[in-house]
Write a protein that binds this ligand. Sequence first.
Ligand code: 1HS
Length: 247
Amino acid sequence: MITGAGSGIGRASAELFAREGAAVAVLDVNADAAAEVAAAIAGSGGRALSSVTDVTDDAQVRTAMATVVAELGPIGVLYNNAGIGSKGAVDVAEEDDWDRCFDINVKGTFLCSRAVIPSMLEAGRGSIINQASVAALVGVPNFAAYCAAKGAVASLTRSMSVDLAPRGIRVNAIAPGTVYTPLMEPMLTARGGGDLQKGLEMTIVKYPIGRLGDVSDIAAAALFLASDESAFATGSVFAIDGGMTSI
Ligand code: 1HS
């Protein structure tokens, strides 16, 4: 089960997981996007279903979870990928923007995790992957609510891991650096003073590896954490960031 799987990292992860043989539940608040990804997976011979799910709505989350279990079986992996950015430094941040950022990034992770855990406990195993960010690890200009929310996701990951490890469920987080997707253009354009190309140039210099991330970079990390290849990993935050937080 992957949230926010209608585009970007979530889509790349859903398609990669399907290529690896997983039956994938594509959850997204955008119905058309979720359906397109599920159809693309099915068209490539994979198994997928789509579900229109607002991760901030507990009733929708529970309905989606029940549908997934009924149609695909017990949930082995949850990737809490759905997320949203924020606008501005703390002194100019708007309250509704702050609340929305925490609702999707943090409460969405809570609601989806709480909903799938009974299915994982029934199976005696599971892997939950939370989407943090380098913004959980370092300060990012004009991104106050997002940094705070992703920091909360990192802490929630550690807390969940200690509660769930004895019950066979691993919980880790991925901290991506900037991955160039349409969702990032507003932040990058603002950074460049209205010039997207300038914002990209100002950002790439923060990455020792010399480029921004690709959705495939993050999907590969998610596949590792979803699989038994990471059987001894729980409670960790994996920076997949081109060295950005190593400076
Ligand atoms: C959006 C992703 O979680 C990374 S936060 C922004 C990091 S950077 O663009 O300032 O390097």
